[in-house]
Design a protein around this ligand. Structure first.
Ligand SMILES: Cc1cc2nc3c(=O)[nH]c(=O)nc-3n(C[C@H](O)[C@H](O)[C@H](O)COP(=O)(O)OP(=O)(O)OC[C@H]3O[C@@H](n4cnc5c(N)ncnc54)[C@H](O)[C@@H]3O)c2cc1C
Length: 406
């Protein structure tokens, strides 16, 4: 693979950069962190619509569904260039990265026509209703019940950790429709209206002070059979489409880079001069550089698969395990360097606008969301390295007979 831009790629990059320079809106500053703030949410929606109008939203999606009908490399270049600007937040990531691609892959034609375009423009926001109190890593342990009643389904149960449920319009829901078959065979996927009677959203307060995710309760929520996404009993297969997209979109983890730790170390004096001269710290920064390079090339492997029209494999799990741990390690060291000033997290006064304070708070969640470190290591062991499978005692047992500990 050639890592330099071709003439065509360079021309597209220049065009994108010019458009961004002319169109990125003035920053709302710290308010952008709180999507509960209506001005902040309006700014996010306006930015998404502007990108959609210019052909820069959902670049690879077909034009008839609100995308730009472009190539994966264009989408990658736009992402790289956009990352260099301070743009409004992205409350659409779960919808556009996971839920709507699932609807596009297995949903009914009417649903694609109804939902894809408004989501691409940012007019409607989606959340992912998979995790439950007794089923996070093991998504197939879902206990939320959907019971057929004439042409309707009646939903009862609870989801948890649902990011963005409090501002979402629609949700992709995994529910148990048959308890007489093994757990992977008795689930079905649906879309639901988050504003419907029977849906209650309760925010969870995080250590950062924000409330990004929620508990969601369903009490006799009545939905039409036409809200089914995929066949009855195919929920596990359908959820794999969503989860594959999830690990891909979480990818390398983001956050501040090792270059920022280096800058901090150059600015901060310890007894013997700038911290950047400390041999132990230099070794750490060199190690982070090597990890970041490894992540970059692993990501290129995924992009190569995408640009060849192939489905990226389990190697995207590597990016998430390494990226999230890297972020936590760097944030811990940065906090040690900042010493007592590390307690200041207000972006207006904190060192480097509080980049490492927010990375410190976000990294533990990143190591859990979209598959914990242990689960992803199991996937890498089994599906990348070909090691023997984890023990699964409930594989061929009817769901109703799986011991619950009660
Ligand atoms: C920031 C954030 C956002 C999230 N957003 C969403 C969302 O929008 N929608 C949604 O549905 N969910 C969401 N989640 C939930 C997330 O998917 C789950 O938290 C995750 O899958 C882990 O499940 P759990 O919390 O139930 O932990 P558990 O599954 O109970 O795991 C507990 C511990 O046991 C370990 N463990 C479990 N099984 C195994 C095994 N087989 N082998 C080895 N170790 C194991 C785990 O690694 C973990 O350390 C979010 C989570 C976070 C942190």
């Amino acid at each position: 693979m050639d890592f330099n831009d071709t003439a065509e790629e360079a021309a597209y990059r220049a065009q994108v950069r010019g458009w961004l320079k002319a169109n990125v809106p003035p920053s709302l500053g710290a308010r952008e962190n709180g999507l509960e703030d209506p001005a902040s949410m309006d700014a996010c929606k306006a930015w998404q619509a502007k990108k959609a109008d210019a052909g820069y939203a959902c670049i690879t999606w077909p034009k008839e569904w609100g995308g730009a009908g472009g190539a994966s490399w264009q989408s990658v270049i736009f992402g790289q260039e956009e990352a260099g600007f301070e743009v409004p937040g992205n409350p659409f990531a779960i919808g556009l990265g996971m839920c709507v691609p699932t609807v596009m892959a297995v949903g009914a034609e009417a649903d694609k026509l109804r939902f894809v375009r408004p989501a691409a423009r940012g007019d409607e926001i989606w959340c992912q209703l998979f995790s439950e109190p007794a089923g996070g890593s093991d998504v197939a342990a879902a206990r939320t019940r959907a019971v057929k009643d004439g042409d309707d389904w009646v939903i009862n149960g609870q989801k948890v950790w649902t990011s963005g449920a409090h501002y979402s319009d629609f949700g992709l829901l995994l529910a148990r429709t048959d308890v007489d078959v093994p757990k992977h065979k008795g689930m079905t996927m649906f879309w639901i209206d988050m504003h419907a009677a029977g849906v209650e959203v309760r925010p969870i307060h995080q250590m950062s002070g924000a409330s990004n995710f929620n508990e969601v309760y369903f009490t006799d929520l009545r939905i039409k059979d036409s809200q089914r996404v995929g066949a009855v009993g195919d929920g596990w297969k359908t959820s794999l489409v969503t989860l594959m997209n999830e690990r891909l979109s979480i990818g390398g983890g983001g956050g501040p880079s090792h270059k920022l730790v280096l800058k901090l170390a150059q600015d901060i004096a310890v007894l013997a001069g700038p911290a950047a001269k400390d041999a132990g710290l230099r070794e750490k920064i060199a190690d982070w550089f090597v990890q970041a390079e490894g992540l970059k090339y692993t990501r290129y492997r995924t992009l190569t698969a995408l640009s060849r029209g192939q489905t990226p494999g389990p190697e995207s799990s590597i990016g998430k395990v390494v990226g999230a741990n890297l972020m936590q390690d760097m944030a811990n060291t940065a906090m040690e360097l900042e010493d007592q000033f590390g307690i200041i997290s207000d972006p207006a006064t904190a060192a480097l606008s509080g980049a490492f304070q927010s990375a410190l708070m976000g990294a533990p969640g990143l190591r859990i969301a979209g598959g914990t470190d242990e689960i992803l290591r199991n996937i890498i062991a089994e599906r990348v390295l070909g090691l023997p499978q984890d023990v699964r005692l409930d594989k061929n047992v009817a769901f109703k007979d799986v011991p619950t500990g009660r």
